[in-house]
Design a protein around this ligand. Structure first.
Ligand SMILES: Nc1ncnc2c1ncn2[C@@H]1O[C@H](COP(=O)(O)OP(=O)(O)O)[C@@H](O)[C@H]1O
Ligand SMILES: [Mg+2]
Length: 226
């Protein structure tokens, strides 16, 4: 088997600064192979979002190591860590976090500008992505002029603008009606099948979770296949 794209090695995450220490997981092992999709379910408060934050290098383990492409995230120099966050992972949340002063196209372009991608190249890619998510006709609109489903699809295009190999999605359909949830589901799953991305998905939707290659449940700090 190839080296996993994402690997947790004996990862412990706890909060000790609180009145009652919170232990989310202890010595947790996890591996995600490149080109696979994995879903993570579990009760609220079990640490699913924290798990994704650790995978994105936005949080650090209390002990153990998180490896992305075989490199330990927490040992990376600041410059590499920023590059990893900007280009190595695409994040989609339940809430879209689009900037309201910017058009849909500008929102999608922001991470490319931050990464220093030449403007013409970035714009071409942004327009392709907007087409893929069915928002070509909305590129000049502002977030307030979009429905919830459209905003989430714009956020998905933004997450993909720098072409990250790993896509992390935290309850991406949690706020959507059935039709838009189905659209976002299909878009995310198609990334893996058609574009060789790797997907780690947190969802409460059993049907959605059932469409990934592997499903896990996080219960009392343990990952179980489900
Ligand atoms: N900085 C912190 N200090 C103490 N507890 C925290 C901190 N951050 C998160 N937690 C706790 O960790 C638990 C898991 O949070 P989270 O990862 O958001 O769970 P989930 O996404 O599964 O609902 C929650 O009970 C939350 O209160
Ligand atoms: Mg959460």
């Amino acid at each position: 088997m190839n080296e996993p794209l994402l690997e947790f090695l004996r990862v412990t995450k706890e909060f000790r600064e609180t009145a009652e220490p919170v232990v989310l997981f202890r010595d947790l092992d996890f591996a995600l192979q490149s080109g696979h999709s994995v879903s993570l379910m579990g009760e609220s408060g079990t640490g699913k979002s924290t798990f994704l934050q650790l995978a994105a290098g936005l949080d650090t383990p209390s002990s153990g190591a998180v490896l992305l492409g075989g490199r330990e995230i927490s040992s990376l120099p600041e410059k590499d860590l920023n590059e990893l966050r900007a280009q190595g992972v695409g994040l989609v949340f339940q809430f879209h976090f689009l900037l309201k002063e910017f058009s849909v196209l500008e929102n999608v372009l922001l991470p490319a500008w931050l990464a220093g991608t030449p403007r013409v190249k970035a714009t071409k890619r942004a327009l392709e992505l907007l087409e893929q998510v069915g928002l070509s006709a909305r590129q000049g609109h502002f977030p307030a002029q979009l429905s919830g489903g459209e905003k989430q699809r714009a956020a998905l295009a933004r997450a993909l603008i720098n072409d990250p190999p790993l896509v992390l999605a935290d309850e991406p359909t949690g706020n959507l009606d059935e039709r838009n949830a189905a659209l976002v589901q299909d878009l995310l799953l198609r990334l893996v099948v058609d574009h060789h991305k790797t997907l780690l998905l947190v969802t409460h939707d059993k049907v959605f979770a059932g469409r990934t290659d592997l499903s896990y449940r996080l219960t009392a700090g343990k990952l179980e296949r489900s």
